[in-house]
Design a protein around this ligand. Structure first.
Ligand code: FAD
Ligand code: 2HG
Ligand code: ZN
Length: 490
């Protein structure tokens, strides 16, 4: 077998080795035939992202079942300078889980064991490949819940959630996932197993190394086990969708909801009328809660507490005040959990609708809450100035109002380079000038690496590169993702 030479070439780029038949034999000896995918047709879903925007040409997926197997696979790849893309549920929206070329895909799907649940402390320890919804189902009869909820819960995995520091609809209540991770087990690029799998809530023993892997998008190590703090499952939940005639009153409703609902407020989600109409038109089975004229907004409010009577009274009082103040002119309060699920389904289906038919451009940005919707208007104005008609590029906004996290989606009939040129770098420049972040929760992946310099200064980027070199000196882990200067040549 050839000796690995991942040394800089004359042009300064690094060279990775493509996995050969002999390498695949080594992987087979580690994970068994059942832990390998090499058939061209079976490789397609691993090589393609959820939106079908990015595609790779990996010829092998390795699915280890244990940490030791992950370690042996990585040690081999490190020795041979074979690049590796860690992949969880492959629901990421920035191309982070997709090879840029023919990297080996290391899927965590078979690392799906629940290791322990400490009921007194509420600490769940599990394999990185556990599906988020399955973890929540495990916790439900135990009176707890995962502190994270997102539309992709049926497919995304906790290791992927940790690696993207996922947000979702309950960040207002529990914070981004980072806030709930107590410990991690991680395998480094050279196969070293790093045991950071503590379950204590408090641990001030120097640098908090696990935090570096949270949100690293697979560039620093492969997360194999996770310990998370799980809160008690709320026993009283109420959900309402309210119609606000314009964005100024949306802000008034948000302020009122925070004061009137106080500690029981658990989610505040916003959808503009085009977002709702797109979901209604493209996702059969959704139940329309009310008519929403052009320019109006739907605000989804959720409370989670432990006393139904008390929580319902608070929600009722909020609605009385909002209607009286003419902040809200229509609305629905769910009468039971099935109606609550129907209301949530509308919100969760907006990204699904955007991905149904045609092509989409997505931006996941943090903005100051008073300016939450301005970017959508700025993009529409820009399209008008550039004579891009709405039936060619339709822009709508929705997202996690409670966290200042706007999702701007632009849907087109097909991939459209002129639309892309209108959007980038315009959107990123706008967000940075507004004091926001070009990635609120989805990460950087392939999509935003070229724009990272807008957000982070050269000192910060140099430190990130130094951290990358310290953890992964040969650069084999997820090349071409996150870091603007990461070498990707082969
Ligand atoms: P993948 O997509 O497989 O991977 C994501 C990144 O993490 C990649 O860079 C990959 O290399 C790396 N990675 C995966 N597993 C590991 C591991 N074990 N070790 C090291 N690196 C790893 N995101 C939100 O934050 N909030 C939302 O509300 C939200 N809603 C969504 C709704 C829909 C319909 C969809 C399709 C996506 C949504 N997402 C959302 C995006 C996505 O679900 C999250 O980013 C999720 O956390 C990714 O998990 P995954 O297991 O699918 O990871
Ligand atoms: C959501 O909040 C997700 O629904 C997806 O983060 C957002 O697809 C998007 O733009
Ligand atoms: Zn989101």
């Amino acid at each position: 077998m050839a000796v690995a030479r991942n040394l800089p070439r004359e042009d300064g780029a690094f060279g990775f080795t493509s996995a050969t038949a002999e390498d695949i034999d080594v992987f087979r000896s580690i994970v068994g035939e059942e832990g390998l995918v090499t058939d061209a047709e079976d490789l397609v879903p691993y090589n393609t992202d959820w939106m079908k925007k990015w595609s790779g040409s990996s010829r092998v997926v390795v699915l280890p079942k244990t940490t030791v197997q992950v370690s042996r696979v990585l040690a081999h790849c490190h020795a041979r300078a074979i690049a590796v893309v860690p992949q969880g549920g492959n629901t990421g929206l920035v191309g982070g889980s997709i090879p840029t070329r023919d990297e080996v895909i290391l899927s965590t799907s078979r690392l799906n064991e629940i290791v322990a649940f400490d009921a007194a402390g509420g600490v769940l320890t599990c394999g990185a490949g556990c599906v988020l919804e399955a973890l929540d189902a495990y916790l439900t009869p135990r009176g707890h819940c995962v502190p994270l909820d997102l539309g992709a819960k049926g497919t995304c995995q906790i290791g992927g959630n940790v690696s993207t520091n996922a947000g979702g609809v309950r960040v207002m209540r529990y914070g981004a996932l980072r806030a709930s991770v107590l410990g991690l087990e991680v395998v480094l690029a050279d196969g070293t197993v790093l045991d950071l799998l503590r379950t204590n809530r408090k641990d001030n023993t120097g640098y908090d190394l696990k935090q570096l892997f949270i949100g690293a998008e697979g560039t620093l190590g492969v997360v194999t086990k996770v310990a998370i703090a799980t809160p008690p499952r709320p026993t009283a939940v109420s959900v309402a969708i309210l119609k606000c005639p314009n964005f100024d009153v949306v802000l008034q409703l948000f302020a009122l909801a925070k004061t009137a609902l106080g500690e029981i407020l658990s989610a505040v989600e916003l959808m503009d009328s085009l977002a709702v109409e797109t979901a209604m038109a493209r996702c059969p089975g959704l139940k329309r809660p009310m008519e929403l004229e052009d320019g109006a907004f739907a605000v989804l409010l959720e409370t989670s507490g432990s006393c139904e009577e008390h929580d319902k009274a608070k929600m009722g009082a909020l609605l009385d005040r909002a209607f009286a103040a003419e902040i809200v002119d229509d609305g629905v309060i769910a009468q039971d959990m099935s109606q609550a699920a129907d209301l949530w389904a509308i919100r969760e289906h907006v990204p699904v609708a955007a991905a149904t038919g045609g092509y989409q451009y997505k931006y996941d940005v943090s903005v100051p809450i008073p300016r939450f919707y301005e970017l959508v208007r700025a993009v529409r104005r820009r399209f008008q100035e550039l004579s891009l008609a709405e039936d060619r590029a339709a822009a709508f906004g929705y997202g996690h109002l409670g966290d200042g996290n706007l999702h701007l989606n632009v849907v087109c009939a097909r991939k459209d380079d002129e639309v892309l040129r209108a959007l980038e770098p315009f959107v990123f420049d706008w967000v940075v000038a507004a004091g926001g972040s070009i990635s609120a929760e989805h990460g950087v992946g392939q999509h935003k690496r070229a724009f990272l310099g807008l957000q982070k200064g050269p000192e910060a980027l140099a430190l990130m590169a130094a951290i990358k070199r310290a953890f992964d000196p040969r650069g084999i882990l997820n090349p071409g993702k996150v870091l603007p200067d990461d070498p990707v040549s082969q």
